[in-house]
Design a protein around this ligand. Structure first.
Ligand SMILES: NC(=O)c1ccc[n+]([C@@H]2O[C@H](COP(=O)([O-])OP(=O)(O)OC[C@H]3O[C@@H](n4cnc5c(N)ncnc54)[C@H](O)[C@@H]3O)[C@@H](O)[C@H]2O)c1
Length: 301
């Protein structure tokens, strides 16, 4: 496992880049808007929360930041967000799928009314809308020569956390989307894709567990730490990889804990013959080679 140290010279390459970010009015998204603009990037961001979104955009000024009120679960509203970026600044270089919500209630609770379907709002915001953002991001960045796609997963994207069942399923889904995209988007379209997997980060989303976290003396993050991880992933196309991580810096997962950044996907790949078995690993490698970019699924429709 490699600890990734953010590089000031690589972060400086964000100067002049155009970033599209979802969920930028509060928490990690707002910290990322602040960090990227402080590095010289222009950011267009959306949120449902127009009060905080507009306040942040007007504080930073229209040369640096544009706020668009949009619901990420509405494809048309996300499309309009990307069109606005193109109209304002002529290109899209960085796309960050950040908007997310946490689960309310317990769909497996014994007092649940089983005659009614549970709410799938978490899946809609955290996975369906992230697929929308990724699709639009790839489509718009391909038009202007490539870029970087950064998807917010979570520590719940690679571990189970009982109680937030749908949240964890959604974040595993985001992680899986990265694993599909990485072998095509970077080599064929010039778009690096990486996931960010923060542990507990002090934002409104996790008020409910902050006390438990602190009592257990577990390492926590500030929103600005996660913003730094996102900015680091946003520079993935620049530099010669990252010390300790396999090259290129594509298809990685950055676990962020106690304000430190750890690349965790390389070892999962490297140790596959151990956890999956040598023969199974070889067979699945052959299958991957045979399926290539996956066009076979199109041609069979
Ligand atoms: N805080 C943590 O401990 C933590 C840990 C791991 C991953 N994450 C992930 O980081 C991301 C940001 O979370 P945060 O902690 O900053 O939460 P937050 O609640 O502070 O901010 C989330 C933002 O997303 C916006 N949003 C929610 N639904 C939306 C919708 N339908 N359309 C547009 N905007 C919408 C909210 O209005 C809010 O501004 C999320 O994807 C979250 O799952 C957070």
């Amino acid at each position: 496992m490699a600890e990734i140290i953010p590089s000031p010279s690589l972060l400086a390459t964000l100067n002049g880049k155009v970033a599209v970010l979802t969920g930028g009015a509060n928490g990690i998204g707002a910290a990322t808007v602040r960090l990227l603009t402080s590095l010289g990037a222009k950011v267009i961001f959306c949120d449902l929360d127009a009060t905080h979104g507009e306040a942040l955009a007007s504080e930073l000024g229209p040369e640096k930041a544009i706020f668009v009120k949009a619901d990420v679960t509405d494809y048309g509203e996300q499309y309009a967000l990307f069109r606005t970026a193109l109209a304002a600044w002529g290109k899209v270089d960085v796309v960050i799928a950040n908007a997310g919500i946490i689960e309310q209630g317990n769909i497996f609770g014994l007092t649940e009314d089983l005659s009614q379907p549970p709410s799938m709002a978490v899946l809609d915001v955290n996975l369906k809308a992230v697929i929308y953002t990724a699709r639009l991001g790839v489509g718009f960045m391909r038009q202007t020569g490539g870029g970087t796609l950064v998807l917010l997963s979570s520590m719940g994207g690679f571990r189970g956390n009982p109680g937030v069942w749908v949240y964890v399923a959604s974040k595993h889904g985001v992680y899986g989307l990265m694993r599909c995209l990485r072998s095509v988007a970077a080599p064929q379209w010039g778009i690096s894709v990486n996931v960010i997997c923060p542990s507990m980060t002090k934002t409104g989303m996790v008020d409910a567990i902050e006390d438990i976290w602190n009592k257990a003396a577990l390492p926590a993050n500030d929103a600005s730490d996660v913003a730094m991880g996102i900015a680091t992933a946003a520079t993935a196309n620049n530099g010669d990889g990252r010390p300790g991580a396999a090259k290129p810096f594509n298809g990685k997962a950055l676990f962020i804990s106690g304000s430190r950044f750890y690349e965790i996907e390389d070892n999962i790949d490297r140790l596959e013959p151990e956890w999956l078995g040598e023969q199974n690993s070889q067979d699945l490698f052959k299958l991957k080679e045979a399926l290539g970019s996956g066009e076979i699924w199109d041609s069979k429709q």
